[in-house]
Design a protein around this ligand. Structure first.
Ligand code: AMP
Length: 186
């Protein structure tokens, strides 16, 4: 199973991606987690990414596309994967299309989670208090929501047109949302 999980910050993508990964026995690949790991370990990639992540801006496509390509080439990704947080703009969709064409492994479905603005803000505030992520400042949060609306949300139309979109309500109990996703994916 090769899946994307898309939706605004705070909608529960990471949580649902982890549960789907467990259900299907595939790795959940989060570009945000890869950047955070590299930032924590002060790698060259991390130091470059930090210039953007802390401001709530997207890391340049070239760098982001490369880490995804490298990650999809790893052994544990050969039987499928779920990508969380990628693609985030039209150019990343093109890059992913090219990667998958080259690998000969088409995408199965795109799970889109959504929730009202108020619900998202509440969850983001809770996460900021619990996890203390350095990019959870009010300015960075607002920037990420704006970037999502402008650059990422329109991508849902692309996948809808391709007949791959599965839209799920992200409000409710975690296990009930998971069950709804699995039911639609089959
Ligand atoms: P996330 O955990 O998905 O919210 O990602 C945290 C941060 O990592 C984002 O605010 C971006 O700065 C960066 N990032 C994650 N995924 C991408 C992507 N696909 N393209 C560009 N930047 C990304």
């Amino acid at each position: 199973m090769r899946l994307l999980i898309m939706g605004p910050q705070g909608v529960g993508k990471g949580t649902q991606a982890a549960l789907l990964a467990e259900h299907y026995g595939i790795p959940a690949i989060s570009t945000g987690d890869i950047f955070r790991y590299n930032i924590k370990n002060r790698t060259e990639l991390g130091l470059e990414a930090l210039k953007y992540t802390d401001k709530g801006e997207l890391v340049p496509d070239e760098l982001t596309n490369t880490i995804v390509k490298d990650r999809l080439a790893m052994d544990d990704a050969q039987g499928g994967w779920i990508l969380d947080g990628y693609p985030r703009n039209a150019s990343q969709v093109e890059a992913l299309d090219a990667m998958l064409a080259e690998l000969g492994t088409p995408l199965d479905k795109v799970v889109a989670l959504d929730a009202d603005h108020e619900v998202l803000m509440e969850r983001i505030a809770k996460r900021a208090a619990e996890q203390g992520r350095s990019d959870d400042t009010p300015e960075a949060i607002a920037k990420r929501l704006a970037t999502y609306a402008k650059e990422t949300e329109p991508l849902l139309d692309i996948y809808r047109d391709r007949g791959q979109l599965v839209a799920i309500d992200g409000v409710g109990e975690i296990n009930a949302i998971q069950a709804a996703i699995v039911e639609v994916l089959g």
